[in-house]
Design a protein around this ligand. Structure first.
Ligand SMILES: *[C@@H]1O[C@H](CO)[C@@H](O)[C@H](O)[C@H]1NC(C)=O
Ligand SMILES: *[C@@H]1O[C@H](CO)[C@@H](O)[C@H](O)[C@H]1NC(C)=O
Ligand SMILES: *[C@@H]1O[C@H](CO)[C@@H](O)[C@H](O)[C@H]1NC(C)=O
Length: 487
């Protein structure tokens, strides 16, 4: 109950107030070749039908998913071109068994293709399986899993569906930073050769995730402008080419590596590209807006790079914030959304690449839980009671907006506690017990959000989605066990 639905009119008004001259245009066309990633590692993910309609409203026709949840896949029937994924933890199973691969194809491809009218074109087997931080974990499993899934696809007669794997740009490197010195990393060069041959033979694309944000985040002295497009404050000269942004240089490093392996005709598709908006001092709405604006204009211009002139295919990362993602890479990891968790856009972005200062279409028909928040009880005077409760709340909910330079970066101790209590309370579907905190918590009906710091209200749970229910139960169990341990 109490689902607050925001009409576009209301949102336009809010937007107008926030950004001045804007217009909400409907049904625009996006740049040809532009797609978007949707990862649903959120406590209450968006309803896939609402998401599908939102993408249609924005003229986006290509979507990339990280698994093959049937409820989600079936929402993208009709005009969409869909890429589904097989997560890394299943590589071993499919590498070892053609039978399992055949079952996967039957359940997750055949059903959708034949009866569901879903145009699944690609299967990404593994997601960044060769990431340096995973060590050798998936190095021997990925290619055999790709082969088995391909065999199963061929056997089922779905020749139009292509197998690939999503690789991070760390599979290649250049010792000199010049693209022409690019080559694949030593420890995976052999398996990369096999994969490249496979992609060549099947005419499948090489899927690569490139993150200028990480270039900036990972190296202290990285020249900030070089992470963005459109400035020439720094250039790399290489052969006859000039590079004025790290994206072009990075993509061409791959192009050179492929050329050296003898397969320069493989099509490269950018599997993920984007900029996060919170969780780090460089992750904010202004930088994200600047990055996307430059990237999309560049993509629309069909200029390409010195090695890869012309049209480019790319999937933006990502659609929504995901509050259950691992923060091993950094606190920004839960804030990659162009949209907030609830389908409201965070900043102006023009998917047509014309660089217009306008907010994209928001999600329509989103249902929220009640207008209630959990905050630190105003009567609490003894501040030393707060830290243990705060730690407990943050161990069981997302506190990544509280750090230095983040959207809720200067709330003070009491404000920190309120924010954390609310995050904990909302992700437990506003259960009264989840706002106890030994009597320190208190439920209020006035929005405690302040400035850039948003105190979210969780979306209504989608009862039809078993996965969501399981996710919430799992996080509650983890929360409970932490609670008992701390008792
Ligand atoms: C189909 O995909 C879903 C979601 O990725 C997965 O949980 C399920 O195990 C797959 N089915 C088979 C038979 O492998
Ligand atoms: C504040 O709480 C701490 C921890 O429970 C306790 O040790 C301390 O005596 C309290 N201080 C006051 C002034 O009540
Ligand atoms: C609030 O939390 C953030 C993130 O943990 C921390 O950096 C900051 O120091 C906290 N503020 C206070 C006053 O404890």
């Amino acid at each position: 109950m109490a689902g607050a639905e925001f009409s576009i009119g209301a949102l336009c008004l809010i937007v107008l107030l926030a950004y001045g001259t804007l217009h909400c245009v409907q049904g625009a066309d996006s740049i040809p070749g532009l797609g978007i990633n949707w990862g649903a590692l959120a406590s209450n993910p968006m309803d896939p039908n609402i998401v599908a309609n939102m993408l249609k409203d924005n003229g986006i026709k290509k979507v990339k998913l990280f698994d093959a949840d049937p409820w989600i896949v079936s929402a993208f029937s009709g005009d969409f071109e869909v890429m589904v994924g097989i997560p890394n933890d299943q590589l071993s199973k499919f590498a070892g068994s053609l039978g399992d691969a055949e079952d996967w194809v039957k359940e997750n491809l055949t059903k959708h293709l034949h009866n569901g009218g879903v145009n699944i074109r690609y299967v990404a087997v593994g997601n960044e399986p060769f990431l340096t931080s995973y060590g050798d974990k998936y190095v021997k499993k990925t290619f055999p899993a790709m082969q088995n899934i391909q065999k199963a696809i061929d056997k089922a007669g779905h020749g139009e569906v292509k197998v690939t794997t999503a690789l991070n740009a760390d599979v290649y490197e250049s010792q000199t930073n010049k693209p022409s010195d690019g080559d694949f990393r030593d420890n995976i060069r052999d398996v990369m050769k096999q994969i490249i041959q496979f992609l060549h033979e099947k005419k499948s694309p090489f899927l690569v995730n490139i993150y200028p944000f990480l270039s900036l985040y990972q190296s202290e002295g990285f020249p900030e402008d070089f992470a963005f497009f459109g400035t020439h404050s720094m250039t790399i000269s290489d052969k006859n080419a000039q590079y004025s942004n790290v994206f072009d240089a990075n993509l061409d490093t791959l192009a050179w590596a492929l050329k050296k392996s003898g397969y320069s005709d493989i099509k490269i598709v950018v599997g993920e590209i984007g900029w996060p908006t919170d969780g780090n001092k460089n992750a904010n709405v202004n930088n994200a807006k600047r990055f996307y604006q430059g990237f999309l204009k560049n993509m629309a211009s069909k200029k390409g790079t010195p090695m890869l002139p012309g049209h480019m295919d790319a999937y933006l990362f990502s659609l929504f914030d995901e509050n259950l993602k691992s923060i091993d890479p950094g606190n920004f990891e839960r804030h990659w959304g162009i949209y907030r968790y609830d389908g409201k856009p965070k900043f102006p972005i023009d998917f047509s690449g014309k660089g217009e200062e306008k907010l994209p279409q928001s999600a329509k028909g989103v249902r929220y839980q009640e207008h209630k928040w959990c905050v630190l009880n105003a009567d609490v005077k003894n501040m030393s009671l707060i830290p243990p409760a705060l730690d407990y709340a943050c161990a069981g909910a997302d506190c990544t907006s509280l750090g230095y330079g983040c959207s809720c970066g200067n709330l003070g101790l009491a404000g920190n506690a309120s924010f954390a209590f609310n995050q904990f309370f909302q992700t437990r579907d506003q259960s009264v017990e989840a706002c106890d905190f030994n009597g320190l918590g208190s439920i209020v009906t006035q929005d405690p959000s302040k400035g850039t710091c948003l105190f979210p209200i969780e979306l209504e749970s989608n009862n039809g989605d078993m996965l969501t229910t399981m996710r919430i139960m799992a996080s509650m169990l983890i929360g409970l066990s932490i609670f008992f341990i701390t008792l």
